[in-house]
Ligand binder design. Structure first.
Ligand SMILES: *[C@@H]1O[C@H](CO)[C@@H](O)[C@H](O)[C@H]1NC(C)=O
Length: 213
């Protein structure tokens, strides 16, 4: 049994001591300091490291997936939110542990495929890739997968741990509602606003029937 979307949760062990004999300005200052510490802890929890799927197996992860969920909190993406389709992708495991991902993109006018090349890291389930669009190296972490039904994949910029996307992949175009709900809860826990968490409808005829594997 695989646990759904397990991740490290932030730890906090602050012990807030209070003294009733404090004069008012000092008490107010203390309140401010506690508030600031709380805010910092919250930010740290949102950006806490996420561990990849335990005993990640690339061979089992390979093959056809549909991107049935996407959390993407980018202003430039807002106009495209309602146009997003659950497109198809194919993961090819290379002998050296790297990955070729062919991802289809359905727009109103066309259906194009794009190749992404993920490079392995020393951590199984974690990859890096160079985004030519953003001109930056990004981390890809397979957070949780049971291989035959769903996979949750987190994408973020490597150095500042800024999360840019969470994707839910399904082996079929529809996945169980509790998988969707866990995905939404996970994206919310990573700080994505509710309206940035999308579960698009299936792409039709993309890739065109007959040309897909
Ligand atoms: C992976 O992609 C590279 C670059 O396009 C290509 O040369 C290579 O043949 C691909 N490998 C497989 C196994 O598809």
């Amino acid at each position: 049994m695989s646990e759904l979307f397990t991740s490290d949760s932030g730890r906090s062990d602050t012990s807030a001591a209070s003294s009733p004999s404090l004069s008012l300005p000092i008490a107010a200052m203390r309140t401010t300091v506690v508030a600031v510490v709380m805010v910092i802890l919250c930010v740290m929890m949102v950006h806490a490291d996420v561990k990849p799927q335990k005993d990640f197996n690339l061979q089992r992860f390979a093959g056809k997936w549909y991107r049935v969920g996407l959390a993407y909190d980018s202003l430039s993406f807002v106009p495209f939110r309602d146009k997003l389709k659950a497109s198809m992708g194919i993961i090819t495991a290379l002998p050296n542990g790297n990955v070729n991902l062919t991802m289809w993109d359905a727009t109103t006018l066309s259906c194009r495929s794009k190749l992404y090349q993920y490079e392995r890291t020393s951590v199984p389930g974690q990859f890096t890739y160079f985004s030519t669009r953003h001109n930056v190296v990004k981390d890809i972490t397979v957070v949780d997968t049971n291989y035959n039904e769903y996979a949750v994949v987190l994408k973020h910029k490597v150095f500042n741990r800024e999360y840019t996307q969470v994707a839910l992949y399904g082996r079929s175009q529809r996945v169980r509602i509790d998988v969707i709900n866990k995905f939404k809860a996970f994206a919310l826990s990573r700080g994505f606003p509710r309206d940035s968490i999308l579960t698009p409808t299936p792409a039709e005829n993309c890739p065109p029937s007959g040309s897909g594997p």
